[in-house]
Design a protein around this ligand. Sequence first.
Ligand code: PMP
Length: 386
Amino acid sequence: MKGRNLLMIPGPVEFSPSVTEALSRPTDSHVSPSFINTFGEALEKMRSVWMAPDGYPFILAGSGTLAMDSAGSNLVEQGDRVLVISSGYFGDRYAELLKRYGARVTVISAPPGSVPDMSAVEDELKGGGYSLMTFTHVDTSTAVRVNPVPVGELGEKYGVITVLDGVCSVAAEEIRQQECGIDVVLTASQKAVGVPPGLALLVVSERAMEKWRNRKSPVGNYYADWSNWLPVMTAYLERKPSYFGTPAVNLVEALNVSLTEILAEGMDARFYRHRRIGRGIRAALKSMGLSQIPENDSVSANTLSAPYYPEGVEGPSFLKKVAALGVTLAGGLHPANRQKYFRIGHMGVAAGNDLVSTIAAIGTALNSCGYKTDTGAAVNALIAEL
Ligand code: PMP
């Protein structure tokens, strides 16, 4: 009896009770020894969750777009060539953002549902002159997942800094930042990291820091400038007080709780659990006869799914019926086909009973919209994978 619907959108998601309890504690001073210790611990745990033991972690008050802005504004100078690998809406957003900082941007994109061609990426890099390359691990508009391994390899081969937008992937999809040689892995609190919206999180490699240190021009964004934040993060790691902008105290405390829970589950176990959940939801949707945006399983995200409405089912009325059954889902987002599909988030603490309720609500709502499907069979298809 939570007094509200089950939140199964691709962020914000359902949060663990200890995370919401941490948020409700009285707000501490941001320079108290206990908060400094919490902040320092959260930074250290980010290195473990990101699998980047030598990385520079940042916790900033802001949303995921600030994390994108932080990497973009600090790593780009006027006239730099940047390659954006776009698998949907958020890749296109990154291209726009980088142009604001004077980047000369080339976008390699793919139609909704597929991953941009890595040989086209390599051909472009061979042409030379690129200093930065960005990609979206899971594009939340298409539920397409890009394998970070070949992108990291190309970045290292051609000496190009790589930035992974992991807003819809970090702490759920497999990403081993240091092993993959990805220079920046960024995310936000409200998705698989399991904390309400309000924190922008990123871990930066030594190579990217070196590029930033060697800038010839000042960073074109005052709030995001790492010269303001790096001393603060370094101080907190050394358990010393520091100040540039007031941190989101309660959210940082909640983050420390959530990261502790994530590490207690174990990263490999967590990746595996999300793979099973992803497979289960896709199997249930398939059993209901719904086709999905990602063109095949190997490019499908495990953090969200994006099924098309069946013929004759109107999106707004279907989503309303699902909500009336106690489950909140999201509509489409990609401008090319946003009216034609919906999105189900299934990351973080989403458990078997949440998933069963979600599939049952989808099946029931489809039937009441006039599309006949066997809800029980769909639930069984889900459970078989869990
Ligand atoms: N990138 C991706 C992949 C996202 O899913 C989102 C949010 N849905 C963002 C960036 C932007 O994050 P925010 O809305 O927190 O600014």
